[in-house]
Design a protein around this ligand. Structure first.
Ligand code: NAD
Length: 251
């Protein structure tokens, strides 16, 4: 492992489980100082305690503007500045009810947009002044292959992720000349430890193995590796891009 993130001050928003937790571990292993922010602060605290070192956990609810402002203010103060942000949170519970355009409950649409899209705008507005004050900085958002698939299900999730790609391109264009890079990772099917604990059917595994051009499906560490790259100086001339980290699942 390199130390290319040595002392870089990074907030991971949506960090308690899954891809966010793997990203926290990866950033720490490359020397970053990390704030692990999540609505599930108990789990984020347990992660911070387990890893130890230059890490602390904070509560944030990205659907709530006051919570975002308070958490980012405290995080930047405790980190002593800000170099990078991974905005990764999504309300994955909504996916269970995200059916079709005709049938979907508008409450599912509203909650999906409130967290997965509006929440990312709130985070963007809160972190940008700090990054701009430092003269440079990187934002990585977690989008999804779902933004581009054109699937017969989960329209709200796809709409939110498409919007997120647009937000990222805007940030890249509006603030690039001031030293800010913005990119999205768009994971394909990625088995997180929590998904594995929950159990994944053979049918689902076979579907995604068949879809991809890789001997395996994705792991949270595959996504974390791309985030680390984009937040490091190796990624300093990369901006405005959506990276499909998916083992060729959309090839
Ligand atoms: N796992 C996959 O196959 C996959 C595929 C494509 C995209 N993604 C995206 O990757 C990201 C992480 O997904 P994951 O699979 O690791 O799921 P996950 O549920 O483990 O991670 C989501 C995290 O966001 C947090 N969160 C939820 N609502 C929040 C809120 N209002 N405020 C703050 N934090 C909140 C959760 O507590 C959790 O820690 C999501 O953006 C998801 O859309 C995942």
């Amino acid at each position: 492992m390199t130390d290319r993130l040595a002392r870089r001050r990074i907030i991971v928003i949506g960090s308690a489980t899954g891809i966010g937790a793997a990203t926290v571990r990866r950033l720490m292993s490359e020397g970053a100082h990390v704030c692990a922010a999540d609505i599930n602060v108990k789990r984020a605290e347990a992660l911070a305690q387990e890893i130890g070192g230059n890490i602390f956990a904070l509560h944030i609810d990205i659907a709530d503007e006051a919570s975002v402002t308070a958490a980012i203010t405290e995080a930047v103060q405790r980190l002593g500045g800000l170099d990078g942000v991974h905005v990764n949170a999504a309300d994955m519970r909504q996916l269970l009810h995200d059916s079709t355009a005709i049938d979907v409950d508008l409450a599912v649409f509203d909650r999906t947009i409130a967290v997965n899209l509006r929440g990312h705008l709130l985070c963007t507005r809160a972190v940008l002044p700090h990054l701009l004050a430092g003269g440079s900085g990187a934002i990585v958002y977690t989008s999804s292959d779902a933004a581009d698939w054109g699937e017969p299900v989960r329209p709200c999730y796809a709409m939110a992720k498409s919007g997120l790609n647009a937000l990222m391109r805007h940030v890249s264009a509006a603030y690039g000349k001031q030293g800010i890079t913005a990119n999205c990772i768009a994971p394909g099917f990625t088995v997180t430890p929590e998904m594995a604990d929950h159990g994944i059917t053979d049918l689902t595994m076979d579907h995604f193995l068949g879809l991809g051009h890789s001997p395996r499906v994705g792991e949270a560490e595959d996504q974390a590796a791309m985030v680390a790259h984009l937040l490091s100086s190796d990624g300093r001339w990369i901006t405005g891009q959506v990276y499909h980290v998916n083992g060729g699942q959309m090839l």
